[in-house]
Write a protein that binds this ligand. Structure first.
Ligand code: ATP
Ligand code: MG
Length: 690
């Protein structure tokens, strides 16, 4: 119980009923979850009967580390994962009740787009993505295609609902599930199959949920069915940090809890342990104008600290230069030595580019989180497609990708004929390939190529099933890449040799990572299998498509973080710089998109929460920067500081950084450095002589 205040202790000790911890940023909610895991184990609950649900894989990995430090070995048996990974586990174990094979495929967003293009008869990706968006929102509120059509408000919605019906048929045929199904199908499973529900309710002794404010309606229903009438759960959250409304998350889940669980114990935490008073005041001022779901007060005992600074910049590049100068000057004056003490946060992914360029020029090491993930790279997607196909032969999108990566003389025409044939006989592409009547549709030469491919996949599957442990996996992967000639394929397909080499390095890194998983050396943060046991390549391949980042490895590296505000949730850094706090960027274009589902006011409130999340990531220093020009398409337009800057109502003690002062400091810094390097050169020369 050390390291917990009385309110936290109360939450941690309340073991046998429903409990909600509702509190502002940095008040130790996540700490309550990790300590409560320890307390539950101490009270005799078996580790494998505890489930802790986090918002991202990365948060799960961190929580597992903390749990390990608290309870030691049993930590590996606790189910610590996202709602989606929990869904995967449930479907692998019990999906048969829904007609799902244990080896079903998880389709990523690109797969979904291409299936929708096909289902809706368009080649336009933008249109397909619009459908995708609408379908996802429907699924998140628990509507199926028929229900969506029944409640459609206009022709567009009706058409989309019909496309959804065709899309769902295809998923069933592929044995594929999309991300929303990872919540929707487990929910259906528990609803419609009492014996499965009973099993899970018996199995789970306590469920803990972090970032509860960002759960959606289906996740809430799933949670309810998992915990059953006993309601042994602990949810922690902060209504002021709800920032995924646009993806279907709803604060109704907070309002419903006391109604659905009349014995709910509500605990509030008021002390913030993260930020200085100056930072906390700015945060409280910003969130002030939002309507209050629950009244909250937050205080800090970390002292007043540095004033929050505002940086007025001329344009984006100028902003990026000042970010660099800020980081360098904090390091120069000895306040922080580590790169990992810094984070630069922004509203939209595309804002990272200018920052990356400036950091590279200054040779500052950084990582981009919440941006393009390792698994989104073309070469990694190729390899994943092969692995998916090995795991589930009926995965048509994976088939189409693998059969052309690398190209093996099977042309577009052949694949199209194969597709038509498969459609006619309701077969997957892989099944169709071995059909005896396929020869009527395809030339014998092409048929030879297809059969060879099919036999090769079967052979790989057989070998992958019997490849266990890191060393064998390494051999398998090396041989496989050689067999298919993947390295040559990369170099042939890329004019720039450096780019090809970088892509090949990614491939090797991926294989290494797969091998480590086979050896049980890496915790499986998706929680699909238990960590630390040796696994077969086939088992590891099954979980691959769910893991969206390899960033677990980056965790300990000493790098500056660039991140979207959304991806920064739950994290903290000593020094934070919020960039692009410019009207139109944050809040993001409110007017342009007015008339959507939400009102402009609701959207403004969500943007304000996003600003609050950003400010409250900072522990010791915070700079908020904006620029007088912002990009609108290709043009630069005049811009105003965000209204949130005024809303922070910084007192007079807060400084607006004066660029001239900065320049003076930088010049001094430059002079100091050149003196240092001259001295170093002189010393080296002297040594040379000696
Ligand atoms: N009782 C405590 N004593 C000292 N430090 C604490 C205490 N509780 C939490 N902390 C520290 O305060 C910081 C914030 O805690 P934590 O991340 O759990 O807050 P949170 O409420 O989950 O924040 P967020 O809303 O951003 O997710 C962490 O560095 C944590 O270790
Ligand atoms: Mg937290």
């Amino acid at each position: 119980m050390s390291g917990l205040n009385p309110a936290q202790q109360e939450a941690v000790n309340y073991l046998h009923g429903p409990c909600l911890v509702l509190a502002g940023a940095g008040s130790g909610k996540t700490r309550v979850i990790t300590h409560k895991i320890g307390r539950l184990i101490q009270a005799g609950l078996e580790a494998n009967r505890i489930a802790a649900i986090t918002f991202t894989n990365k948060a799960a990995a961190e929580m597992r580390e903390r749990a390990k430090a608290l309870v030691g070995r049993p930590a590996r048996e606790i189910l610590i994962c996202t709602f989606h990974a929990l869904g995967v586990r449930m479907l692998r174990q019990d999906g048969a009740a829904l007609g799902l094979k244990p080896a079903f495929s998880i389709l990523d967003s690109d797969d979904v787009t291409s299936i929708l293009k096909d289902a809706g008869g368009t080649t336009d990706a933008a249109t397909a993505r619009q459908w995708q968006w609408a379908i996802s929102l429907w699924k998140n509120v628990g509507l199926n295609a028929a229900q969506a059509e029944a409640q459609a408000k206009d022709d567009l919605e009706r058409t989309t609902a019909r496309i959804m019906a065709r899309y769902e048929e295809r998923l069933a045929a592929y044995q594929g599930v999309d991300f929303d199904d990872l919540i929707g199908l487990p929910l259906k499973l528990l609803r419609d199959h009492p014996e499965v529900r009973e099993k899970w309710q018996q199995q789970l002794g306590h469920v803990l949920v972090d970032e509860y404010q960002d759960t959606n309606a289906t996740q809430y229903e799933l949670l309810k069915l998992l915990v059953g009438a006993r309601g042994r759960f602990t949810a922690v959250g902060d209504d002021d940090q709800s920032i995924y409304g646009w993806r279907g998350a709803t604060l109704d889940n907070l309002k419903k809890l006391p109604v659905d669980y009349p014995t709910l114990k509500v605990i509030k935490l008021e002390q913030n342990y993260r930020s200085t008073s100056a930072i906390l005041r700015a945060a409280n001022n910003v969130i002030g104008p939002n309507p209050k779901l629950f009244p909250k007060t937050l205080f800090s005992e970390l002292g007043e600290g540095e004033p929050v600074r505002i940086a007025d910049c001329d344009h984006e590049e100028h902003e990026a230069e000042r970010v660099v100068a800020r980081i360098q000057s904090i390091r120069a004056n000895g306040q922080s030595k580590d790169w990992k003490d810094f984070a630069v946060l922004y509203r939209a992914n595309h804002q990272a580019k200018v920052l990356e360029q400036a950091l590279r020029r200054a040779q500052i090491p950084y990582k981009v989180s919440g941006g393009q993930s390792f698994f989104d790279r073309a070469e990694i997607k190729d390899l994943c497609a092969w692995l998916r196909l090995i795991v589930n032969n009926d995965d048509d999108p994976a088939f189409l990708r693998a059969v052309t990566a690398p190209k093996r003389g099977i042309g577009h025409q052949t694949l199209q004929s194969l597709g038509v044939f498969a459609g006619k006989y309701k077969l997957s592409l892989f099944e169709a390939l071995f059909s005896s009547s396929l020869s009527s549709a395809i030339s014998s030469r092409s048929l030879g190529g297809l059969h060879e491919f099919g036999r090769y996949v079967n052979d790989l599957e057989h070998r992958a099933r019997h490849t266990r442990g890191a060393e064998d996996a390494r051999t398998f992967l090396t041989e496989w890449l050689k067999d298919i000639g993947y390295e040559k394929h990369l170099y042939d397909g890329e004019e720039n040799e450096k780019v090809a080499a970088a892509r090949w390095t990614n491939v090797l890194e991926f294989c290494d990572w797969m091998a480590q998983r086979c050896g049980g050396e890496i915790d499986d943060t998706a929680g699909v299998t238990t960590a630390s046991e040796r696994k077969t390549l086939l088992e590891v391949a099954q979980t691959v498509s769910l893991l969206s980042t390899i960033s677990e490895r980056e965790q300990d590296q000493n790098l500056v973080t660039l991140s979207t505000l959304h991806a920064s949730k739950g994290l903290e850094w000593p020094h934070v710089i919020l960039v692009g706090v410019t009207e139109g960027m944050l809040p993001f274009k409110l007017e342009d998109e007015a008339g959507g589902g939400e009102s402009v006011l609701q959207r403004l409130q969500e943007e304000r929460r996003l600003m609050y999340v950003g400010i409250t990531r900072a522990q010791r220093s915070l700079v908020v920067s904006w620029s007088k020009k912002r990009k609108k398409g290709r043009e630069l337009v005049a811009a105003q500081p965000s209204r949130f800057i005024a809303e922070m109502s910084l007192e007079k003690t807060s400084t607006r950084e004066d660029p001239r002062e900065k320049l003076k400091a930088l010049r001094a810094e430059f002079a100091k450095r050149s003196a240092e390097s001259e001295a170093a050169a002189a010393a080296a020369a002297a040594q040379g002589k000696g």
